[in-house]
Design a protein around this ligand. Structure first.
Ligand SMILES: [Zn+2]
Length: 368
């Protein structure tokens, strides 16, 4: 077994979220980790939706995180079998090849390579289910007493093209609902128009100011009114309207007080409901763990590694705070631009580089 072969094997197991459960993928990785001396536990947030916690016990553990689910194939036709794991011209094709079965496979191989190395600190792998639909597996582990254990640093193997990524934005998705009283369209004074209330609410958000300093890598937070639905027919006064609000935050913006501010601005006529609530993650570039990761990446790739940022969110939104705000780096062999795409693929050489980097990071941390 090597990471490239394991990536192919995992790609051949359909784990499209939510139709195809992660369990077979978790079992395959679990057997390899058990053979490598890890204590392996499975946790299901729903039948077949299996997350794995694999642990070599010790203080100040280094935690590797990956997810086992993928997004659906999309409407466009693939030119390769999305569950074939075909390799052509140095690229491995398939759904999840970049996001992120290559990352999972590289983590598992790194763990297997360290099987005979005595460790002074703990080493944990979290292979979670249900990331793509809002970090369900990670959230389940975080609220299950004792499931996560301890950690003092974390690597998330999401696709970064092996660039160490030290931060990503958070997401707060809200549904804002207004209500009114319906009446005949010829007598609007007899009703109370919910669409007009929603329109006022949407306009009041257009010039919303977050009043925070932008992050040098992530930029500033943003707010977008993505949807506005209301009314059933043209000749009635609408009694309900709904706005969808997509807010992308930076880590200096806490979601609870932000939601409070928005509610105040929109007033009591607007009811807010939270759809997604994942805060941003950011580790300082001069953190010693970041330096250590950059050095390992430079040795594995032969190129100088400079910390970057990602646009997507990851399980770190849940797990970094659950571990008490540990230094966190996103680092994985997949290509950021190919996530969720038709003909998704991953460069084979990057998978091998990721294994080398993970081994070096884990050796340096756990067995100095
Ligand atoms: Zn992913």
């Amino acid at each position: 077994m090597n990471a490239v072969e394991l990536t192919r094997e995992l790609v051949r197991i359909d784990t499209i979220n939510p139709t195809s459960p992660e369990k077979p993928c978790a079992e395959r990785a679990g057997r390899l980790l058990q053979d490598a001396g890890f204590a392996v536990q499975a946790f299901e947030f729903a039948p077949g939706r299996t997350s794995l916690v694999a642990r070599r016990d010790g203080p100040e553990a280094l935690c590797f995180v990956g997810h086992l689910d993928t997004v659906p194939l999309g409407a466009a036709k693939w030119s390769r079998d999305p569950f074939g794991g075909e390799i052509s011209a140095g690229r491995l094709y398939g759904r999840g090849s970049s996001d992120m079965k290559s990352g999972v496979a590289a983590m598992v191989e790194a763990a297997v390579q360290l099987a005979r190395t005595p460790l002074r600190r703990g080493l944990t792998l979290l292979l979670v289910a249900g990331e793509e639909t809002g970090c369900e597996g990670a959230a389940h582990l975080a609220r299950t007493p004792g499931a996560l254990g301890n950690a003092a640093a974390m690597i998330v193997g999401e696709p970064t093209g092996n660039v160490p990524v030290v931060g990503h934005k958070g997401a707060l998705w809200l549904r804002a609902r207004t209500r009114g009283i319906t009446a005949h369209g010829s007598m609007p004074d007899k009703g109370d128009n919910a669409v007009l209330k929603a329109a006022r609410a949407a306009l009041s958000l257009a010039d919303f100011r977050f009043e925070v300093q932008p992050d040098p890598l992530l930029g500033g937070p943003t707010l977008n009114v993505g949807t506005l639905h209301g009314g059933l027919n043209v000749n009635s006064v609408p009694d309900e309207a709904v706005i969808g609000i997509d807010i992308r935050t930076i880590p200096s913006v806490r979601h609870a007080p932000l939601r409070e501010r928005l509610q105040q601005r929109l007033g009591p006529e607007v009811q807010l409901e939270t759809l997604v609530d994942l805060e941003g993650v950011r580790t300082r570039e001069d953190d010693p763990f970041v330096q250590r990761v950059c050095d390992a990446v430079a040795r594995a790739t032969g190129e100088k590694a400079r910390p970057g940022a990602a646009t997507y969110f990851t399980d770190a939104s849940v797990l970094t705070p659950a571990y008490g705000g540990v230094p966190t780096v996103v680092l994985g062999p997949g290509e950021m631009a190919l996530c969720h795409q038709t003909d998704e693929h991953c460069r084979v050489d990057r998978i091998e580089q990721a294994v080398a980097a993970y081994v070096e990071i884990a050796r340096g941390w756990c067995a100095p």
